[in-house]
Design a protein around this ligand. Structure first.
Ligand code: ADP
Ligand code: MG
Length: 346
């Protein structure tokens, strides 16, 4: 039995297609992420699943039950909204306990759950605060606790971490993921942040312009993007438009990339991940080795990022700090750029 199924779901607003022909199948207990740029229809699909809006076409199933026309309160769905949607005149505790009180859970259970979920989102000591006295990030955390407290069959999270500062966001990422696994709640997580998607998800659906472009595990999508949009959106990459010349993709007039995979002959783009670019101060005369010049070096702690210009084309390369130290590359150095054929994609 699937937890959530969407079949050919469509929704337009004033003639603009917000989501087009979406078919998805989400397994029980899965952490499933909708990833895509702003405006691609992610929130619309969550609202369709929650029942706040109805599709123009298609059907939505929750545990094999057709819920397309069921009222929101009859769906066992918890949602954290991007704009919080908390009750402004209630305290933190009252907000978090709200759903439990509606469900008439025993007072002891409500108190226990309150403690658990307040601690989970790091809001200890804020129990009696009014919502108006909280920062945006704190409100988002209360919203998360409120929707988790009712332990819904499906949890919908609309960019829940976007208002948290970087440290807390990292912590919450791990905590949400571990809590989700512990409780086994099927979760649909919406984000435009590829790192969140790659680190948290069992599977990801990549959206663009109202369409689902690719569905797969993070590893699968990262390693085998179906098109240039996915390759660019998931992880950093060097993406080059190519023309074919004598059976070799040619990035520009002189930069011939030799391939041993004929399947790539139809490609319009090649993608090379920055960490797959090999930098060397000497040419080893292998194929796919190009002489360039270091134009920029940026340190980001663990990684060093290089921008290298080869015959007018920018290559981005990354190396672990320790590896880079051995290479001793400085700005404006001449440098050889190379890559293994099997690290080329598309
Ligand atoms: P995302 O969450 O991926 O940023 P949305 O689902 O919010 O995208 O929006 C998808 C598209 O639908 C956008 O073009 C947006 O402007 C439009 N849209 C969403 N909700 C409404 C609405 N209630 N009325 C009109 N247009 C809407
Ligand atoms: Mg949105």
């Amino acid at each position: 039995m699937k937890a959530v199924v969407l079949k050919n779901v469509e929704k337009s607003f004033n003639g603009t297609m917000a989501c087009a022909d979406i078919s998805l199948s989400i397994n029980r207990g899965e952490f499933f992420t909708f990833l895509g740029p702003s405006g691609c229809g992610k929130t619309t699909i969550l609202r369709l699943i929650a029942g706040f809006i109805r599709p123009d076409k298609g059907k939505i199933f929750l545990k094999d039950k057709d819920i397309t026309h069921l009222a929101p309160e009859k769906r066992k769905v918890g949602m954290v909204f991007q704009n919080y949607a908390l009750f402004p005149f209630m305290s933190v505790s009252e907000n978090i306990a709200y759903g439990l009180k509606i469900q008439k859970r025993p007072e002891k259970e409500i108190q226990e759950k309150l403690e658990t979920y307040i601690a989970m989102v790091g809001m200890d000591g804020f129990e009696d605060r009014n919502i108006a006295e909280l920062s945006g990030g704190e409100q988002q955390r209360v919203a998360l606790a409120r929707s988790l407290a009712i332990e819904p069959a499906v949890l919908l999270l609309d960019e829940p971490l976007s208002n948290l500062d970087a440290r807390l966001r990292d912590r919450m990422r791990l905590e949400i993921k571990s809590l989700q696994k512990r409780l086994g709640i099927t979760t649909i997580f919406v984000t435009h942040d590829q790192t969140e998607a790659l680190t948290m998800s069992d599977r990801i659906a990549v959206f663009n312009k109202g369409r689902c472009i690719q569905t797969g595990t993070p590893e699968d999508i990262y390693a085998n993007p179906v098109n240039s949009f996915v390759a660019k959106f998931i992880g950093d990459t060097n993406l080059f438009a190519v023309d074919m010349k004598n059976g070799n993709p040619c990035v520009c007039n002189d930069l011939l990339v030799r391939l041993n995979r004929p399947v790539l002959a139809q490609s319009k783009f090649i993608s090379i991940r920055p960490q797959d670019i090999i930098l060397s101060k000497k040419s080893d005369k292998k194929s796919n080795t190009f002489k360039g010049r270091v134009e920029d070096i940026q340190l980001n702690g663990t990684w060093i990022e290089y921008c290298i210009k080869v015959k007018g084309i920018d290559f981005k390369a990354t190396a672990l700090n320790t590896t880079a130290n051995k290479l001793n590359i400085t700005i404006f150095d001449d440098i050889y750029v190379s890559f293994e054929t099997n690290s080329l994609k598309i």
